[in-house]
Design a protein around this ligand. Structure first.
Ligand SMILES: Nc1ncnc2c1ncn2[C@@H]1O[C@H](COP(=O)(O)OP(=O)(O)OP(=O)(O)O)[C@@H](O)[C@H]1O
Ligand SMILES: [Mg+2]
Length: 507
């Protein structure tokens, strides 16, 4: 007797349908698994056998059981196939009689038949819906996540026995009714702008960064609040659309990082990889490629703290993804890509000891050491960073000041308005924000009036601005004007933009 069950693999962030075929024939009793299963799938045999035996009324059939996972050229990994294999065996041995060809079945089994959490559910169920399947049987723990996908009924499965009883129409499992997604948007880092004392010009710079999606680097002595300020950034970025939230959720689901009680990632991610993080950890990879830190920061903030500690090779690895806003990994079976649209925030001390330029403490570094240190960021990343902010140490009076600063919520409202202006401006283009403008768009959308022209001409001459720096100032001026609700860029917008140039290294 042959049975077929539909299940799913995840390749990158996408589901691929896998057919689990089970044949029970005469011959030496035993169970073989074919179709490129990895070691974890092989171990499935033991789990499935125990789970069936330990489920009330379950009988593990005699005879030779052959399980084939198709397509055969796709590598199968992990314990996801336990539940479909067990279901297939029960169908082939007539313990389940109902047709299941319209159903997706996924889940790991424990020895006593409990269906366990499985990563990547949202990718799998969305594929099933695309393929026109009507029902998805998923681990109960992951059912809420699955119910984010429309057009398919999601059944939370607690145990193998529950699934059998449902399919045999003995004890039905109630499908999960898709809830209106009312999960509140939370601040992913818990830091509000109002928590940061003083540093008004840095906060302003971060507001400009959020408004135009510009990358930022902050320089300042230890303890000046750089890390704190970076952590406050997600809270002023525009709220994610549902579409964006689903993109981010899919990445976290595949990495198995989705907490069960929050099926949808609503808040902008903040990731802060350590400078010792491996290349695969940063951009993704591995034999079974998984998204890395830069993809986990998709639609949010990638924070590189202590930037000069990152090796040049590491920064080089980040360059292409930052440029393309995607990670592309070459593999034997073609290329694979992960989204990586991040706001980059970097922080660094001004010199190895940290106190170069500090009014209170003397810097102990040789001037050549300071130059060498600052040059470390002049490499591949600098091209992508529009805003340079100096973060001085704040004095006691400011730190002890009890007055509340402006809350993130009201800053975010201005940022969202500025983004709406940009959405309208770039409606007919592939561009989303001012930071993405190329020289052509800068010419079209960031033209200056006479006073602005004059200021710019003086700046190019006196500050010796390069062509690249010139474009950067224009892009920033556009964002600053958008924040002010001005259709035209005025000279004081240009003046502010000029302040965000690097102090030490001209770019
Ligand atoms: N402007 C500020 N407002 C409120 N608290 C601050 C401020 N600046 C610093 N702090 C306090 O000092 C601590 C250290 O700040 P933070 O870690 O952000 O400094 P840093 O600039 O990143 O230093 P380092 O260069 O050593 O990494 C923070 O956890 C915070 O409690
Ligand atoms: Mg820090």
């Amino acid at each position: 007797m042959l049975a077929k069950v539909l299940s799913c693999a995840v390749v990158g962030l996408d589901g691929v349908l896998v057919e689990v075929e089970v044949d029970i024939g005469g011959g030496q009793p035993g169970m073989i698994l074919v179709g490129l299963p990895d070691a974890a799938v092989q171990e499935s045999r033991e789990r499935v056998r125990a789970a069936i035996r330990n489920s009330a009324g379950g009988r593990f059939p005699h005879g030779k059981i052959t399980v084939n996972l198709a397509p055969a050229d796709l590598k199968k990994a992990g314990p996801t196939y336990d539940l479909p294999i067990a279901t297939g065996i029960l169908c082939a041995s007539h313990q389940i009689l109902a047709p299941i060809d319209d159903a997706l079945i996924v889940g790991e089994l424990s020895l006593d038949g409990i269906v366990r959490h499985t990563p990547g559910i949202i990718a799998m169920v969305s594929l099933a819906a695309e393929k026109g399947l009507q029902r998805a049987f998923v681990p109960a723990e992951d059912a809420k996540e699955a119910s984010l996908i429309e057009g398919i009924s999601v059944y939370p499965v607690r145990t193998l026995a529950d699934l059998v009883n449902h399919l045999n129409e003995e004890v039905p499992i109630a499908p999960l009714t898709p809830e209106a997604i009312e999960q509140p948007v939370e601040n992913s880092t818990g830091v509000d702008f109002a928590d940061v004392r003083g540093q008004e010009h840095v906060k302003r710079g971060l507001e400009v960064a959020a408004a135009g999606a510009h990358n930022v680097v902050m320089t300042g002595p230890p303890g000046s609040g750089k890390t704190l300020l970076a952590r406050a950034l997600p809270s002023i970025m525009p709220a994610m659309s549902l579409e964006e939230a689903l993109e981010v959720t899919r990445i976290y689901s595949v990495r198995g990082l989705l907490p069960p009680e929050t099926p949808l990632v609503r808040s902008r991610p903040f990731r802060s990889p350590h400078h010792t993080t491996s290349h695969a950890g940063l951009i993704g990879g591995g034999t079974w490629p998984r998204p890395g830190e830069i993809s986990l920061a998709h639609r949010g903030v990638l924070f590189l703290d202590e930037l000069p500690e990152f090796s040049t090779q590491t920064l080089e690895v980040l360059r292409q993804p930052l440029e393309d806003r995607r990670v592309t990994l070459a593999r034997a079976a073609g290329t694979l890509s992960f989204p990586a649209n991040v706001t980059l925030v970097a922080a660094m001390n001004p010199c190895p000891c940290g106190f170069f330029g500090d009014p209170a403490r003397e810097c102990r570094c040789a001037s050549s050491a300071v130059t060498r240190y600052q040059k470390r960021i002049s490499g591949p990343l600098l091209d992508r960073i529009d805003i340079h902010l100096e973060v001085p140490r704040i004095d006691y009076e400011q730190l002890a000041d009890r007055r509340q600063g402006e809350q993130s919520e009201s800053v975010r409202a201005r940022v969202e308005e500025a983004r709406a202006v940009q959405a309208k401006r770039f409606a007919d283009t592939a561009i989303l924000t001012n930071a993405d403008m190329g020289p052509k768009e800068v010419q079209t959308f960031a033209a200056l009036d006479a006073a602005g022209e004059q200021l710019m001409r003086a700046a190019v001459r006196q500050l010796n601005l390069s062509a690249r720096a010139y474009h950067r100032v224009l892009k920033l001026s556009r964002t600053i004007a958008d924040l002010a609700g001005e259709p035209d860029i005025l000279s004081h917008h240009v003046a502010e933009a000029l302040q965000y140039r690097p102090r030490t290294i001209d770019a």
